[in-house]
Design a protein around this ligand. Sequence first.
Ligand SMILES: [Zn+2]
Length: 322
Amino acid sequence: MYIDTHNHFVPQGALRRLEGLGLLEWPVGGPALSVPGRQPMALVPDLWDEGMLKAHMQEVGFTHVSLMVPPFVTLYDLPGDLSLQYSQAYNDGVAEMQARDKSYFGLATLPLHDPEASAREVRRAVGDLGLKGVGIITHTKELEFSSPAMEPLYRAIDDLGVPIYVHPDVTNTVGGTRTSPYYLRNLVGNPSETALAMSHLLFSGVLDRYPNLTFVLSHGGGTFPWIIGRLDHGYEVRSESKIPRAHPSAYLRRFYYDTVVFNPTVLRSLVELVGSDRVVAGTDWPFDMGDVDPKATIEASFLSAADVENIMWKNAARLIKS
Ligand SMILES: [Zn+2]
């Protein structure tokens, strides 16, 4: 068993339901999400063709994969109840895939701009449908992970005891227009976005209030693990950073970190910092910023055989309780 914890996919059952809701069209060439006030958003075949997903799994040598909504179509800001209906359509579709084929584990998407509705939906998606976790991005237009309005959602997920996979927002990343050239919005914006969001979470004391919350961070946690000394120093010297019960570094192991860092030395350093029982393999398929051969990256990191086993499947199996 090898588990790829970082994939993006839209199940056929979700496409069918979204078409029924009037949120999907099938122009020539494939489906496109069609939402009020926006240009249609085309979904490339890798995002919905299960045959391509299976071929990817075979190619990278993973027996199990997570299924998370693509980060550019979380659509938290749809008007009225549409965002909730969108989430339900996705979650029903991904639950069908998971029930049909044990090599998949589904992550629920949520109408994150409305934490009360998200709390109800996560209880349905995890409690009733059996999804294995939650997949959300780093913020909404109005809310950060530190926002008091998020408390009902944290309470619900804390009760359910499932992991929260956090992916950077890829459309409204930190840095704004300064990251427009050279694809910096992704190359620098994405990892910085994760650090900002996790700092909101940590300094607001959420991890003290909800001891069961576990976060799985994309792209090795971005820059978050690498600024932890600075966060610790701020905790010591700045009065506005004193809310958590302990230094930020004391919480590093409340997080899991995927392997999508593209550099064996960085990966080895991450394992030294957080422990091999806190790192999980990932590809970020099907995007061009994915790791096409995570096994090679992991094996080039000069880790012990036990560390490699932890990273390739044991940690993820513990997280999803399979
Ligand atoms: Zn991704």
